[in-house]
Ligand binder design. Sequence first.
Ligand code: ADP
Ligand code: MG
Length: 633
Amino acid sequence: MTTETTETSAPASETRRFEAEVSQVLHLVTHSLYSHKEIFLRELVSNASDACDKLRFEAIGKPELLAGEGELRIEISHDRDARTVTIRDTGIGMDRGEVIANIGSIASSGTRRFLEALGENQKADARLIGQFGVGFYSAFVVADRVTVLTRRAGTPAEAGVKWESDGRGEYTLEPAMLEHTGTTIVLHLKEGEDEFLDGWKLRALVRKYSDHIAFPIRMPKETGKDEKKDAPEWETVNDASALWTRPKNEISDEDYRGFYKSLGHDFNDPAAWTHNRVEGSQSFTTLLYLPSQPPFDLLMGGRDERKGLKLYIRRVFVMDAAEELLPNYLRFVRGVVDADDLPLNVSREILQQNRQLERIRGACVKRVLDLIDRLSREEPEKFAAFLKAFGNTLKEGIVEDPSNRERIARLLRFASTRGEGAAQTVSLDDYIGRMQPGQDAIWYVTAESHAAAAGSPQLEAFRGKGIEVLLMSDRIDEWMVGHLHEYAGKPLRHVAKGELPLDEAEKKQQEEAAQAAAPLLERLKKLLEGKVQEVRVSARLTDSPACLALAEYEMAPHLARLLREAGQAVPESLPTLEVNPRHALLQRIAATGDDTQAADLATLLLEQAQLTAGAPLADPAAFVQRINRLLAG
Ligand code: ADP
Ligand code: MG
């Protein structure tokens, strides 16, 4: 291969500025990736491998594209004298426009989102860059000048492009005569980065990060002597086989972990994986991983671009197909699917209606849910960490995937009145196993925080009866539980909704209490006219004076508030107030002859019920004045 370049007439060489965001990334990368600087090699090799994948795919229709360069491969070499490390691939290459679009601006929308998310506290968040991987720009962590020589497959030698930059805001572009198609990246190492001018060190890094790249990675044979580099003898240093095609018993855990990391986007070990081969009228292989930490896109709610699950057809990479292969609520899954029987020239549109793919998709969902289930039984600690990272994503499945609702619900964990704090959680099966004799429902309360849920006055009667209540305080819970009407044949019920199940004696007591309080209820209705729909005696309260009750299909007040704040239309309805006539405050309202004071007390009763339910106060200033009148009085 030649590194010589010659000017051709047009287009002329030019200096361009990076997009503003690129400069920002470059600054961050060079200043924060320092502890992980060796990942530049992983990132560049991963790009080289992607480029080989792309060429192999394009060559299906145009075999002549593969003719020139021979085998698809990656070559890594170094030059002590010139202080350079060079990564070359025989992949797809780039034309001038592609170079500008892909390297001069931020090509990956993931990187863009990352930047948007960085916000003000750049230092703290910059740690994430390491986990996230910023691809090509990581070259500037170790190099103060990077040269890219690239020629797109299928274009003539004079269509080559030379790109060069010191990573400080500008880059130059010029036409170059390149003998070979593909891409060569030359890193001119910074002062002090000499450790990478060592063949053994580079080899060790390739093995650590890129052993499972499915194309051969070649390096010059180490002879011990500093040989002339123009005629090196190349040897393959990686495994270069598609890991998932090997028999399971020949693959070690270390191999599986290494492969996971080579898929990109995560530095950490996976939490678990499942590797399966289905043989039959339709054969395919799946290797699916659960990450142990949320990747960046997921934090960002990145739904538009989902990478991480690669579709291969008979070992040829076809496309990132997470959306086609898995429902959205399993978007954290990484891995590969290799199908034997799909046509190689399949397009995304065709894929979306393909019946074979539907089967594969069904199998993937089943495998993943089985895998999570296994993790929950065999590795409780890892499972807890997994749920912390992805539990809320999984909950979306209750709504999104009705056919697996019960299976997903079994995997979820909730805080409960039996647990100590938010961290101690129970499964629905645990809950059912502890139900009181005669209890026929799974009770829960939703609120905007764990403390608010645990402090709900509606729980008092349940505590009195020893009935456990699930405490739900994730934003998604209200929505999720609205779709989970029952589990294992038991209905799920909100503690504030509808009638409580009372035995005969309790019913009688309740009626008597209501009768005795009839004049008080009348008075409260008058005092709160226009503010409440109804006032009634509560069976839910033992210690608190009042709470709100909800109709069967009414939205919890805290959620209604959130939705309104988000600009959504939520039907307005007056609340139903439940009171506890035994409470001193109620007795005081019944006893006072002062109508102004009675009005203050009644309004406060309603307001405190609203506050504990997470509903907004209609007039906070008036609320404060009322309190002050009573405190001063
Ligand atoms: P990502 O790989 O996540 O897309 P990178 O920053 O690593 O982001 O690379 C940016 C883009 O530059 C790639 O998407 C690709 O289009 C292009 N690119 C980088 N390296 C190569 C290469 N060796 N051959 C061809 N294109 C490349
Ligand atoms: Mg990349």
